[in-house]
Design a protein around this ligand. Sequence first.
Ligand SMILES: Nc1ncnc2c1ncn2[C@@H]1O[C@H](COP(=O)(O)OP(=O)(O)OP(=O)(O)O)[C@@H](O)[C@H]1O
Ligand SMILES: [Mg+2]
Length: 565
Amino acid sequence: MDTGVGSKAESSRRENPAFYHATRPVLLIVDDEPLGLKSMASVFEGQGYELVLAGSGHEAMQFVETGRPDVILLDVMMPGMDGLEACRRIRSHPGMAEIPILLVTALDDRQSRLEGLESGADDYITKPIDRDEVRARMRTITRLNRFRRLQEEIVYSRQTMAELREYSRRLDLLRRIDRAILRAGSAAEIAGQVLPLLRDLIPHSHAAIYRQEPRGQTLTLLAEDGSGQPLAKLEDRLELGDLGVAFEAGPESFCPVILLLGRGANLPVVPRQLHAAGIDVLMAIPLGHYDRMLGVLLLGGPGPASFSGPQTEIAKEVGGIISLALAHTELLENVTRSRSQLESLSHKLILVREEESRHIARELHDEIGQILAVLNLNLAAVKKGAGSEIARQSVDGCLDLVARLITKVRRLSLDLHPSLLDDFGLVTALRRHVESLADRTGLDLRFQADEGIGRLGTELETVCFRVVQEAITNALRHAEPGHLLIRLRPYAGKLELSVSDDGHGFDPEAALERSAGGGSLGLLGMRERVSLVSGELSIISAPGAGAVIKASFPLINTREEDHVP
Ligand SMILES: Nc1ncnc2c1ncn2[C@@H]1O[C@H](COP(=O)(O)OP(=O)(O)OP(=O)(O)O)[C@@H](O)[C@H]1O
Ligand SMILES: [Mg+2]
């Protein structure tokens, strides 16, 4: 059946949800008789209502579910679902029990009225209707209903606001915990930062975080918080069993366990200590990552009803955050430990290599050099006594070979370890090295050093010498420079060393990346050696712009006793 005004109003409601909040009360009129429907609608037209007309009980039910009318006017006598049945169904529907329903009955139909009231109707209107009386009653009903709804809405929005405020407070605290964790550098710092923030999130009177050793059952106390009261002074180290709580390892089992501490004397260590400090309930939140236990967060409350369900949930959430932070710290600690082991290994290697070079250099100089010198003298004597020109020529040849051998051995010995470095220090050794290279290559190599620089200690002097050696070799090998400048000077409490060339230049980052991939050793070795004496190395270069290798060292390493005569 065409319900005219009603169907149009209904479709516009469905399209626009905002319509439901219209200020005009919505009247749903239900009658299978079109004439009855029209006549009832005419009573309320122009009276400030939103009218929705339904031609059957089913149609009415459909609208009620989506449209939430303010009042329903139900004709009792309808085919199919009659008014009484519709009334019963509406009342049994959650959320619709409060909608006022008026039954429209015939004047003499007392039985229907009684049944109607029993089926949940609020009132009834008798036909034929008194238009003024019906309008007056409708005004009162809708006003009361609007008021009731308003009250409901106020209560609901107050609850929602309170819940929202609580949620945003918790979120804010969780965010502060996150930020605090980010600032913390170690497990103990994480625990120390998080515990005070937990006071507002889960009210408690005592809190502690223990960390479990990577292997084994031993727990170490990271931090304890008395929430303004004296600490329970928990043991610094204990075994998992001392908690009196059994956890099963596994991500699903990392759930808080609540323990009532009423029993006193027979309690395990931790519950006993907490009980003595006035704690009645202990919540133990296992901290774990994947299936590994990392520790435990303990919260103690003074009353038996200390921790509610939602608080247990929040505790689990916080436990998750702390667990992740602890897992990351552990990973970082492992990486840092391995790195420092590697560093000390590589430092040792450099020192061993340096010592070995020094030893071979001495052998070459003192042993082989001496033998060659004697050989030289002997050959000179043989030459004097030689009887024939041929013999003298071949001795000359031998003398020439020995002289070249002596030069080669001396150079090799100097390269391996310049004895000048041990005997006269860095400035002299570098000056001689640069001069000899300039002689050999014919290039413009200059050395500038502050004359006041004294002995700097074997390690620092050797590092500086090796850096210069490698930097010059690199420039000569890769850059075809016209000029090279080597400078050594104390500056702002540091020793500054630089090797600059005006050659081809290069991309230092790309070169270091290639070296790290096993491409070469020079630059990496330089960096290693410099870090060995707590120095810093910077490589400033770009293709076409020459290169500057700069190293700066703290001068505190200078020690007289380092000097090896
Ligand atoms: N002064 C420089 N001018 C131009 N390129 C340079 C200079 N110093 C280094 N490089 C570039 O950086 C790369 C890496 O230098 P590095 O000293 O590590 O290795 P290498 O000299 O090639 O080999 P080695 O391991 O024998 O020292 C060089 O191959 C070269 O391309
Ligand atoms: Mg090199």
